[in-house]
Design a protein around this ligand. Structure first.
Ligand code: BES
Ligand code: MN
Ligand code: ZN
Length: 490
């Protein structure tokens, strides 16, 4: 789908011709108020815009959208008043811009004054709110608004902000498109091909290991999990090296293109959503494209395992012992705890590059959703880096919360036969137990974070803010913020 074309403009608002002008509204202490940037629009209404909106029942609350005709007061026929809630923060602007962008579908041109409140957030919210996935629809509908003028002071910095935020939104969209592509078309081989093409086109170095190469090198986790599918697994490696790279960062994402649970099969209800079990991989591939565009002064190496978890005569069994890449053995007690097995291989491989930081993300556990809900990611890892990642996620509007790795859970992963079992055999702290499992494979001295996005990666309900139903692209923006932070502060 084509994205709206954005342009910075600081011209006189009353003379800009467009189908609509977007203003922000706030829930002030005394009722609805206008957000900054709306002054010229209000002036065209002779200062009656607030009264008009109040008369229409508007309150400025988050998610609200009220349309007011201008009857020739402006060169735009309609004012779209988008509610920010109690404050005009970045995430509020992102969401209100998303709501406005969805309401503008099919229009030729709009101008948004939210750009003057938070330029980058308005860009991201507009592009993400305009997103729709119509690849498999015969009728593609109206499509998004074709052009949006960003009404804000023009400067070199402003142009750079638009460029960076556009690149970030484009990467979120790359991730969303991968996630929304159905598993009959997106399987390990085709996912690897598509990822490799994107990365190569972005000027990145790519290596794809197929099942034969995986066997030769001893990737027992990926091969074990992927063995049940007619579509054999892959391991994709993508490398980026910025000029004056100061730190090396390893990125890893879970790429289960469909998770049936395998022989430990899942119930039928809702199983279709397990087509999103490659959201971590999608986020990492998308982040590599972003790195190539934004040219972080870092070395970044992505290691992305891709497999389909299917039951079949060739499938791995509960009771099997797998020898992982690097030699550790794992007793499989539940074939539905497959993500940690492919990730263990990838984590050990990534460790061979001697990274300073390792960030891994996955739709790893239902327990994440039980404990933190559908919209908040659980972040585990080494203490300070974990806290840093969670805080940066929140700062960019991707809700994230630091979670512990309680030591007593480690013994529950002891195996009768092997070095480790893949599940604890009880339900308690399932998200944390998965984190403890992954920790066994992290190389010594590496600062690491595991971001469990089982809930946030996929939105099952109706659209809100800049989030449509389907793949969300979480945690692309979190990881982008972490990379920028490492580039700036080490
Ligand atoms: N892919 C699932 C986790 C998941 C659940 C993601 C819900 C998104 C939404 C994962 O592979 C899985 O099945 N985990 C099991 C682990 C259990 C067997 C220890 C789970 O959470 O039930
Ligand atoms: Mn599973
Ligand atoms: Zn899974």
């Amino acid at each position: 789908m084509t994205a709206p074309k954005l342009a910075l403009t600081e011209g006189d608002l009353s003379s800009i011709t467009a189908d609509a002008v977007v203003v922000g509204t706030l829930q002030g202490p005394d009722g609805l108020a206008l957000a900054p940037g709306a002054e010229a629009v209000d002036a065209a209404f002779d200062g009656t815009l607030v009264e008009t909106l109040r008369t229409l029942g508007a309150s400025g609350k988050d998610g609200e959208l009220v349309k007011v005709p201008t009857f020739g007061k402006l060169a735009t026929p309609v004012v779209l008043a988008a509610g920010l809630g109690k404050e005009a923060g970045e995430e509020q602007v992102r969401r209100a811009s998303g709501v406005a962008a969805r309401a503008l579908g099919g229009k030729k041109k709009a101008v948004t004054t939210l750009a003057s409140v938070h330029l980058g957030a308005a860009v991201e919210g507009t592009l993400l709110g305009a997103y729709g996935f119509t690849e498999y629809k015969s009728d593609k509908g109206d499509g998004p608004v074709a052009k949006v003028d960003l009404h804000a002071p023009v400067s070199k910095e402003a142009r750079a902000t638009v460029k960076a935020s556009t690149a970030i939104a484009e990467s979120v969209i790359i991730a969303r498109d991968f996630i929304n592509t159905p598993p009959n078309d997106l399987y390990p081989g085709s996912f690897a091909d598509r990822a490799a093409k994107l990365a190569t086109d972005a000027g990145l170095d790519v290596e794809v290991l197929d099942e034969k190469q995986l066997r030769k090198k001893g990737y027992g986790g990926i091969l074990g999990v992927g063995g049940g599918s007619a579509r054999q697994p892959r391991l994709v490696r993508i490398a980026y090296k910025g000029a004056k790279a100061t730190k090396k960062v390893a990125l890893i994402g879970k790429g289960i293109t469909f998770d049936t649970g395998g022989i430990s099969i899942k119930p039928a209800a809702g199983m279709d959503e397990m087509s999103s079990d490659m959201s971590g991989a999608a986020a990492i591939v998308a982040t590599m494209v972003l790195a190539a565009k934004l040219k972080y002064p870092l070395e970044i190496i992505a290691t992305v395992p891709m497999a389909e978890n299917m039951p079949s005569g060739d499938a791995y069994r509960p009771g099997d012992v797998l020898t992982m890449y690097g030699g550790k053995t794992v007793e499989v007690l539940n074939t539905d705890a497959e993500g940690r097995l492919i990730l263990a291989d990838a984590i050990v491989r990534a460790g061979e590059d001697n990274p300073d930081y390792l960030i891994e993300t996955s739709t790893l556990t239902g327990a994440q959703v039980v404990s933190l809900g559908k919209r908040t990611a659980g972040v585990m890892g080494s203490d300070s880096f974990r806290d840093r990642v969670a805080a940066l996620g929140r700062a960019v509007g991707e809700s994230a919360w630091a979670m512990p790795l309680p030591e007593e859970l480690r013994a529950d992963l002891d195996s009768r036969l092997a070095d480790l079992a893949n599940v604890t055999g009880h339900r308690w702290g399932g998200m944390l137990a998965a984190g403890i499992f992954l920790r066994e494979f992290i190389a010594d001295g590496v600062e690491w974070a595991h971001i469990d996005v089982a809930g946030p990666a996929y939105h099952s309900g109706g659209a809100y803010g800049y989030t449509a139903k389907g793949g969300t692209g979480v945690p692309v923006r979190t990881i982008a913020a972490v990379l920028a932070d490492i580039a700036a502060n080490g």
